[in-house]
Write a protein that binds this ligand. Structure first.
Ligand code: NAP
Length: 507
């Protein structure tokens, strides 16, 4: 049988997390790695989400890598094509192309406890890796609600993250299901084209004004000629958001002030008090992600738009039936119903040291040490792992913190030397998560009176980090070896001593 290819590191995914990991590995002098990508191009969620109006609601100078600044961002909140192009440039600039394995969906990962490595089965062949860095991201697998009758709908159906650009919406009766961050960008973009647009709003979002504008030529010139101005801009954007954190995590009542601003924002576009009442949330702002848009309410006020203040319950032929009984006939349904976040799909494909999958281990809720490593899954790190999400700032900051942790993890493996693996101690994982969950009790995400994708099926918040990005960066700066077991191969398999050692390493 032919020898399988072996690499030091297999990175899964080529979005911000996977490309960032690749850059970081190269910077550390590690070149023996591959980036496994299921699609035929890099970009992750910024490749998949190409819906009309798609843009980032975090300012671009903050929503980009610190090591790859872009003085040319065209707007405060740049659009998807610019962000996608930025990631393509990162792949070129940092020499990542030779590492990329496109069309290589990871079908399964199995830990080999004798050889101390991962067996990786991909759509383009099998390989083994000492370390796996899973950067599949929380916004990669679309979630469709289980609506009875959907299979009988004779018209067009697609999800916001799988936009069918060949389908012409002009003159069509369209249903938009959901009122999350994706839907509020789609609705204003397609409203002028369609004949009728019916928005199914199960829960109204809080929407704040969006301070978007073009970044002027003079600013761009300055940012490219005097890099300190670009750094200052980034620091200000970061600092403002760090100051907001305590209101989300410790004093949700302070957010009442922001609700007043959001209500005033709605009043400007929606004149009818009964409509305003239907669009006003009954939970604390920040409990779900705060949305930013200047065009959402004006679009809802257009004569060809209806809001059904209820979820989609059933479909009969062309007719959509809402939970409140409203019936609407449509030609096309667009699901803006989000992603599989708390039930991370890759977890079903990862089989750890005791033969169980990560999904099985996480039945009661995802948990990992410092957002990265799970007990029983040696040499396996997750980028954007459990409780590393943010409610109000740039995920790139969290990704970079996790990359620091990954880099130190690799360093520790080298320092310890030989064929070796680090496995998070169950006690360390538990202690870390106890702390996280304790802090979560006071946060707006848990106390604000809403249901959101931050919470899993058990109502546990396994997605958001209950602190500042600075704190997360601090606690992921280094791997604390006392939190890990050091595994070495059993006797005879690589010429080293005795039974498998689980070395107690002093901190
Ligand atoms: P989402 O926030 O999970 O929103 C899903 C929406 O679908 C919710 O409004 C939900 O209602 C609704 N829904 C689910 N089932 C329904 C049903 N049967 N009938 C009616 N409505 C139903 O998904 P998303 O909008 O795709 O956004 C996901 C995340 O992606 C965001 O929170 C954000 O982190 C990211 N994102 C970011 C940007 C950006 O600008 N940076 C843009 C888009 C997305 P309930 O609220 O009642 O559950």
């Amino acid at each position: 049988m032919a020898e399988r290819e072996h690499v030091r590191v297999a990175v899964i995914g080529s979005g911000f997390g996977g490309l960032g990991a690749a850059v970081r590995l190269r910077r550390q002098g590690i070149t023996d790695f591959v980036v496994l990508e299921r699609a035929d191009a890099v970009g992750g969620t910024w490749r998949d989400n190409s819906y009309p109006g798609c843009a980032c609601d975090v300012p671009s100078h903050l929503y980009s890598f610190s090591f790859a600044p872009n003085p040319e961002w065209p707007r405060n909140f740049s659009g998807q094509p610019h962000i996608r192009a930025y990631l393509e440039r990162v792949a070129d600039t940092f020499g990542l192309r030779p590492h990329l394995r496109l069309n290589s969906e990871v079908r399964g990962l199995r830990w080999d406890g004798d050889a101390l490595r991962w067996e990786v089965d991909t759509a383009s062949g099998a390989l083994t890796a000492d370390v796996v860095v899973s950067a599949t991201g929380p916004l990669s697998d679309p979630k469709l609600p289980d609506v009875p009758g959907l299979d009988t709908f004779p018209g067009k159906v697609f999800h916001s993250a799988r936009w069918d650009h060949d389908y012409d919406l002009r003159g069509k009766r369209v249903a938009m299901i959901g009122t999350g961050a994706s839907a509020i960008q789609i609705v204003p973009a397609i409203q002028p084209e369609v004949d009728r647009l019916t928005v199914f709003q199960r829960t109204p979002p809080w929407v704040m004004p969006r301070a978007d504008r073009k970044i002027t030529g003079a600013e761009r010139w300055l940012h490219s000629k005097v890099p300190a101005t670009r750094a200052l801009r980034r620091r200000l954007l970061w600092g403002i958001r760090e100051l907001q954190v305590s209101a989300f995590t410790k004093r949700p009542n302070e957010l009442g002030l922001i609700e007043a601003l959001a209500k005033a924002h709605m009043r400007k576009a929606i004149k009818d008090p009964a409509t305003r009442a239907r669009l006003t949330p009954d939970y604390r702002i920040g409990c779900k992600r705060i949305l930013l848009s200047n065009s959402w309410y004006p679009a809802l006020a257009r004569p060809n738009v209806d809001v059904v203040p209820s979820g989609l319950k059933e479909i009969r032929g062309n007719t959509l039936i809402a939970s409140d009984g409203t019936q609407t006939e449509v030609d096309a349904i667009i699901f803006g119903t989000g992603f599989h976040v708390t039930d991370m799909p890759i977890a079903q494909r990862v089989t750890g040291a005791s033969g169980t999958t990560l999904a099985e281990e996480w039945k009661g809720g995802m948990e990992a040490l410092r957002g990265s490593t799970a007990a029983g899954f040696p040499n396996f790190l997750t980028i954007i792992g459990p409780n590393t999400g943010l409610g109000n700032s740039s995920m790139i900051l969290m990704i970079e913190a996790q990359l620091n942790y990954m880099a130190d993890f690799m360093r520790q493996l080298d320092v310890l030397g030989g064929r070796i693996a680090l496995s998070a101690r169950p006690s360390a994982v538990q202690e870390w998560n106890r702390g996280v969950q304790q802090r979560m009790e006071r946060t707006v995400w848990n106390t604000g009176g809403c249901d959101s994708w931050y919470l899993d099926a058990n109502g546990r918040n396994t997605t958001v980090w209950p602190g500042t990005t600075a704190e997360f960066r601090r606690v992921t700066q280094q791997v604390d070896l006392a939190e890990y077991e050091v595994l070495r191969p059993p006797a005879g398999t690589d010429g080293t001593s005795g039974d498998r050692l689980a070395e107690e390493v002093a901190a």
